[in-house]
Ligand binder design. Structure first.
Ligand code: SF4
Length: 271
C-alpha cells in the first residue's frame, strides 16, 4: 500500500498557524510547510490531513448525536461510482504510479483497461467523452446513475478495499453514510443517508482546476488517470510559491468555494 509522501520537498520548513472556515465555525491548524518553492500538488499531503481532521470532527458530532458512520474497510459499494479526481491529485497519483515497478503496473493497467472497456460497452464512455453532460445538472445526474449501473469497480479497489487508501482522492474521503451499508448497493433506489460535511476541500481543488484549465470541470473521472498521465501535465506548477504562499492561495480558494453558490458539476453523492 502506498504511503503518503512528506509534505515538503526538502528539510527546510516553517511552522505556521491558520484558521480555516468550516461551516459556521473555524478550525485552527498548525502546519509544517516548506520554505523553498513548492506547488499545490506537493502540499496535497497537508490538505489530505486537514480533510481527515474535518471528517473526524464530523464523525464525532454524528456519534454525539447518537448515530454512527457505517463506512468500513471491506465495503466498497460506493467505489462503483464515478470518482471526480482533481487534476492536482491526478498529477500526484501519476507521479506515484511512475515509481512502481513494471510488475505492479501490469495488473493496474489491466484493471483500468477492463474498467474502460466495460464503460464503453455500456455506452457510458461515449457520454463522458462527449462532454455536454457537465453543463446540465440533469444529464450529470443521469450519467452518474448510468455509470453506477454499469457496475464497474474503481481500478484501485481490490478485495472491496481501497489499495491506495493513504493517498485516495479527497472526494472519496468525503463520501460517508450513516445508513446501513447494504443500502449503498443501489443509492438511487434506496434511502441512503449521506453525511453533509461542513466543508469539502475537494471543491477548492476543482475550482483551482477550472482556473488552470480555463474550463468548466477542473477534474477528471478517476478512470481516465492513466490516459491523463500520459499527457505529462503538471497543473500544480500553476499554483506555486513558498509553502506558506501556496497554502494561503489554497485557503483563499477554500473561502471562495465556501461562500459561493456551488457552480461546479456535482458528482454523485449520497442523498
Ligand atoms: S480510490 Fe479507493 S476509495 Fe476511491 S473509489 Fe477507488 S478504491 Fe474506492
Amino acid at each position: 500500500m502506498p504511503q503518503d509522501a512528506p509534505a515538503q520537498p526538502d528539510s527546510s520548513a516553517v511552522m505556521a498557524s491558520f484558521s480555516i472556515p468550516v461551516g459556521s465555525a473555524s478550525m485552527n491548524v498548525t502546519l509544517k510547510l516548506p520554505t523553498a518553492r513548492t506547488t499545490l500538488t506537493q502540499i496535497l499531503p497537508v490538505i489530505r490531513n486537514i480533510e481527515n481532521a474535518i471528517v473526524e470532527s464530523a464523525s464525532e458530532e454524528i456519534q454525539a448525536s447518537g448515530a454512527a458512520i457505517s463506512c468500513r474497510a471491506g465495503c466498497g459499494a460506493c467505489c462503483r461510482q464515478m470518482v471526480p479526481l482533481s487534476i492536482f491529485e491526478a498529477e500526484a497519483l501519476t507521479a506515484w504510479l511512475a515509481t512502481l515497478p513494471e510488475a505492479e503496473m501490469i495488473p493496474i493497467r489491466e484493471r483500468f483497461h477492463r474498467t474502460l472497456s466495460t464503460l464503453r460497452d455500456a455506452g457510458v464512455l461515449d457520454t463522458i467523452l462527449e462532454g455536454s453532460w457537465m453543463l446540465d445538472e440533469q444529464r450529470t445526474a443521469k450519467l452518474a446513475e448510468d455509470y453506477f449501473r454499469a457496475g464497474v469497480p474503481c481500478p484501485f479497489l481490490i478485495d472491496e478495499s481501497c489499495s491506495i487508501h493513504p493517498i485516495r482522492p479527497l472526494n472519496c474521503r468525503e463520501y460517508l453514510v450513516t445508513s446501513p451499508p447494504e443500502l449503498c448497493n443501489d443509492p438511487w433506489a434506496n434511502p441512503v443517508s449521506g453525511v453533509n460535511l461542513p466543508l469539502r476541500l475537494s471543491r477548492a481543488l476543482f475550482a483551482f482546476g477550472q482556473q488552470v484549465e480555463r474550463g468548466p470541470c477542473g477534474w477528471i473521472p478517476l478512470v481516465f488517470l492513466l490516459a491523463w498521465g500520459e499527457s505529462g501535465a503538471t497543473p500544480g506548477e500553476s499554483v506555486a510559491g513558498s509553502g506558506i504562499e501556496v497554502f494561503r492561495k489554497f485557503l483563499d480558494q477554500v473561502s471562495a468555494v465556501s461562500f459561493a453558490k456551488p457552480a461546479d458539476p456535482q458528482p454523485a453523492e449520497p442523498s
